[in-house]
Every structure is written in structure tokens, then in C-alpha cells.
Design a protein around this ligand. Structure first.
Ligand code: HPA
Length: 259
């Protein structure tokens, strides 16, 4: 079953006909909100708002393990995530929608593995390609089917937040090779991989990152949210197309994305 994880600006799906809500408890605690089951155009899908319905949970406070485990317990094998970002590359202006192929993780102190109990063996997942390429192909096909432009590559720097970055920090991320910056990409993607769930994200760009474009001197968060609402209409359309065309992915099948 396919689940959508929504981030900032996507706490609900307007086009989702909700059939039930389920409170789930996991060994890692409770997810951000009850899981929402519903249908888009007659196709079943699950939805989870990463920051809670009222957007009250900050990026570093999200219980990523509970979220991913709760979906796993309900039989989710594929996750299509939406994570709002700032654009580092000059060409990634607000309104762009990027599908990253790589991640650099700058977070700290987050519970980032299911395998750290005293009676569990250490597990080192392969994370060379952090996103499932079949799921990425599904996102791409969905966007193409409705002629919605999608930037097909991006390097997602995950910062700790909740504050936005300094201009010098963005310079550093760019030197490292990052093209977009957000606060929720990790450990979500790695936890999904640990449970062998196919996972890929699309990232609406809400603002130029600090020190770039019209964020040269400051970032106005309220304006950012207003802009984002417009982009989210297009994101919802891509999600609807994704659900419509959904055929289950084979797990994390490898294709080369680094060339
Ligand atoms: N930085 C980090 N996270 C973000 C940003 C940003 O500029 N915009 C939206 N999420």
C-alpha cells in the first residue's frame, strides 16, 4: 500500500475522501497524528502529516521512527513524501518542484535507526542511493502525465533547524554539493530503507535559501508560506496523478542516478 507523508503546507489532502482514521501506537511512541485512510479517484491511499494536523511538531521534534513504523505496521510498502525546501542553486526559484536523488545529512541528536536496542544486532543499510529509483520514476511519470514540470535531480541538505540557516552556512552547503535545503529529509529516508519501504520525495521550493536571490538579507517566513500554498495546489495534482497510476514498486531497485 502507498502512503503519502505531507510536510509544511500539506497537512491535509483536499482531494482525499477519508474513509477512516486510526490511532496507532508503536514501540517507538506515537506517530505525529492518527493515520488517515482514504481514496483519491477510487484508489486507496494512506496519509500522514509529518508535523501533525495543526503543524505543531517542529522538524527536530518529529518522531520519525514512530511515523515510519506505524505505516509499516499498517502494511505500507511505498512512501511518497513531500518535504518543503529552500533553493540553493540560483535556478531553483520559489515555485520549483525538485525530486532529489541524493541527501547530505547535517542533523544531530535525532533517533536515526530502529536497530539500537540492546537485543538487536547493529544494521548497516546500503544508502549509496538514498531514494528508491522506482518510486522516483513513478513521481516523474505522474508529473509528466499532467505536464507539471519537475526538476529530476537535486542534492538535499538536511539541516537541524528549527531556525533557518545563515548565509555562510548556505555557502558551505553549496560547496558541499547541495542544491536544496530542508529540515525533514533525514532520518525519514534512512528509516524507510531500514524497513525496506520504497521511498522517494518531491520538494516544493518555498524560498531562495539564505543569502540567495530575494533572500539576500533576510527570509520572510510568512511570505514563504503564502507562496507555498500556490505551489501546493500543483503538488496535490501530482499526488493525485501518482495515486491514479500507482502500480506497486519493486523494492529500491537500483538504477544509476549519479552520472
Ligand atoms: N532552509 C531550511 N528549511 C527550509 C527552508 C530553508 O530555507 N525553506 C523551507 N524549508
Amino acid at each position: 500500500m502507498l502512503a503519502i507523508i505531507g510536510g509544511t503546507g500539506l497537512t491535509q489532502l483536499d482531494n482525499l475522501e477519508i474513509t477512516r482514521r486510526l490511532i496507532v501506537r508503536t514501540p517507538y511512541g506515537e506517530p505525529s497524528e492518527p493515520l488517515i485512510f482514504g481514496e483519491i479517484d477510487g484508489r486507496e491511499v494512506m496519509f500522514l502529516a509529518r508535523h501533525g494536523i495543526g503543524h505543531t511538531i517542529p522538524p527536530h521534534g518529529v518522531n520519525y521512527r514512530a511515523n515510519i513504523f506505524a505505516l509499516h505496521l499498517q502494511g505500507v510498502t511505498e512512501i511518497a513524501a513531500v518535504a518543503t525546501v529552500g533553493g540553493i542553486s540560483a535556478d531553483l526559484a520559489p515555485g520549483s518542484i525538485v525530486m532529489p536523488h541524493q541527501i547530505i545529512d547535517y542533523t544531530h541528536g535525532r533517533k536515526n535507526t530502529f536497530f539500537d536496542g540492546i537485543d538487536l544486532p547493529v544494521k548497516h543499510i546500503d544508502f549509496t542511493e538514498p531514494y528508491c529509483n522506482n518510486m522516483r520514476a513513478n513521481w516523474q511519470a505522474a508529473a509528466e502525465s499532467i505536464h507539471e514540470p519537475l526538476v529530476l535531480k537535486g542534492v538535499y541538505a538536511t539541516t537541524q533547524g528549527p531556525r533557518l540557516e545563515t548565509a555562510a552556512e548556505i555557502d558551505r552547503l553549496e560547496n558541499d554539493g547541495a542544491t536544496i535545503v530542508g529540515m525533514t529529509g533525514m532520518p525519514e529516508a534512512a528509516l524507510a530503507r531500514e524497513l525496506e519501504i520504497s521511498y522517494a520525495a518531491i520538494c516544493p521550493v518555498a524560498n531562495h535559501a539564505a543569502g540567495r536571490g530575494d533572500s539576500l538579507h533576510h527570509i520572510q517566513y510568512e511570505e514563504l508560506v503564502e507562496h507555498l500554498n500556490q505551489t501546493m495546489v500543483r503538488v496535490r495534482n501530482i499526488i493525485a496523478a501518482l495515486v491514479k497510476q500507482n502500480g506497486l514498486c519493486k523494492l529500491n531497485e537500483r538504477t544509476e542516478t549519479r552520472k
